[in-house]
Design a protein around this ligand. Sequence first.
Ligand code: NI
Length: 273
Amino acid sequence: MKRRSLLQMTPGAVLGLSACSLKDSAVAPLSTAPVTPPQSVKIPANTQYRPPAYANQGLRNPDVNLPSNFSGSAITYSRGSSAYKNVAMTFDDGPHPTNTPRLLDMLRKRNIRATFYVIGGNVDRYPHIARRIVAEGHEIGNHTYTHRKLTSLSDSEVRKEMRRTEDAIIRATGVKPRTMRPPYGALLQRQRSAVYSEFGYPTIMWSVDPQDWKRPGPSVVTSRILAGAGNGAIILAHDLHAPTVTAMPGTFDGLLSRGYQFITVSQLLAQKG
Ligand code: NI
């Protein structure tokens, strides 16, 4: 999510905009064949990550033991159940070589699990950071390989973006992503259905957008998230941007002090029943 024209719109506006295009695509539609389970993958043994030791001081997310099986889900989500005081933090466009490790330290210190919508090209560039994301209990999701606007791509190009990224994530982490987020929030309804059928990914939008990619300053990012958060919120942020990461200790502690519990997107979807 970083292109000005789209990010100034609400998710709803993006949906409206995405009603156009792909008309000229002469490519066969995405298949509706059942999702194939991933092959088990061996992670190279020479790249073990050892997290730093922390004294667990200050605010701490409670230990969460919630199911993350959301089978039978809808095709698109922008929030979870409002019945529980849970939120899901999501971080897009990484992994980034310095910002993502700094963010992971902050999360670990507070026992918070987040969801990372990674770009496949970055996963191939920094596979050790993708491995650390998964090793520390976070969820990893598909944010395409090249971060192009999918509404202007053919079905075969969309499939390639999804497949290359899924392959990169599995190669790096041994884990298959379970959800996707389209760059700029742009994905046609027809494409969402096809991606869900072929890859098993529901499309994950958001309910809180602090517009952090415009770099308004860490304190503004924090206050926007605290103002927008509510039960079941899916919060959009970008670990690509250093000021966003700088905003996170205040954001995390602010939400914890208000009684919110952090869970992953899959856990949030599973709560929908
Ligand atoms: Ni993005």
